[in-house]
Design a protein around this ligand. Structure first.
Ligand code: PGA
Length: 251
């Protein structure tokens, strides 16, 4: 259970460029993996972390950063979607990270977008998550007014667990560009809940660009409530926010 009696101020790093966001985030992940080779990581998808993944792959190749004992739980996956559909998060993770590092494939977890029943799949994912202790969770934040983390859209509560959720219309609009036909984007997704995310020992939120400025301001300075799920992160004592200047415009 998340302690909601106390709130914390995040440590905020405003970087001059988005490349510096990538670098700082990649360095934090690398430090975690070096200090604890058996680390459990929660990782995001989307455009924001692509540079971070590039750097992690390069650290693996050039600096022998070793992922052989690391376990990864992804935040979310569309449902329904074919595992290797070009816009699935399974495909994203394979092409951005998994296929290029030495993680044991059994140690990479992502909800199955092909599961016949998303509620059963979500409850299976929740059981797996409850059995581990995540050392570090890297998150993005949703577009515009969504303030989503994972796919915890507006209305998600602080005690929410892994579940099937309908995508916010704003999320659908933003993410539909990654589908060959915009109308192909699934109506929903399976996501880790807010409570799952808050159980991580450390959380790092990364964001870039003006499109995240309102949501960051709302989540960091507005009321802590379900209409801005990222605001629940202020219940976490070890939250670091790494953003570029454009995303920090309203802070
Ligand atoms: P983005 O997605 O990195 O593509 O902006 C982030 C999110 O929706 O959480």
């Amino acid at each position: 259970m998340t302690d909601t009696t106390q709130t914390y101020k995040p440590v905020i790093h405003i970087m001059a460029t988005s490349a510096e966001v990538d670098e700082m985030a990649a360095n934090l992940v690398a430090k975690q993996v070096v200090e604890k080779p058996h680390s459990y990581l929660t990782l995001p998808t989307g455009q924001t972390p692509q540079g971070m993944y590039k750097l992690l792959v390069s650290k693996h190749i050039n600096e022998k950063l070793d992922f052989s004992a690391v376990t990864i739980f992804n935040l979310d996956e569309y449902w329904p979607i074919k595992k290797f559909h070009e816009a699935s998060y399974a495909s994203y993770m394979k092409s951005n990270l998994i296929d290029h590092i030495n993680i044991q494939k059994a140690n990479w977890h992502i909800p199955n977008g092909e599961a016949s029943d998303p509620a059963i799949e979500a409850s299976h994912y929740e059981t797996q998550l409850q059995g581990v202790s995540i050392d570090l969770a890297i998150l993005g934040i949703g577009p515009g007014k969504t303030c989503h983390i994972g796919f915890n859209e507006r209305g998600s509560t602080v005690d929410s667990e892994s579940r099937y959720i309908k995508l916010d219309e704003e999320t659908k609009k933003t993410n539909s560009v990654f589908f060959p036909n915009a109308s192909d984007i699934p109506e929903g997704a399976i996501t880790q809940g807010v409570a799952d995310i808050l159980r991580a020992k450390k959380i790092v939120l990364i964001a870039k660009g003006e499109g995240k400025a309102w949501g960051l301001h709302r989540s960091i300075y507005g009321p802590i409530s379900a209409d801005a799920p990222a605001s629940f992160l202020r219940y976490h004592p070890h939250l670091t926010v790494i953003i570029d200047k454009a995303a920090a415009r309203m802070l």
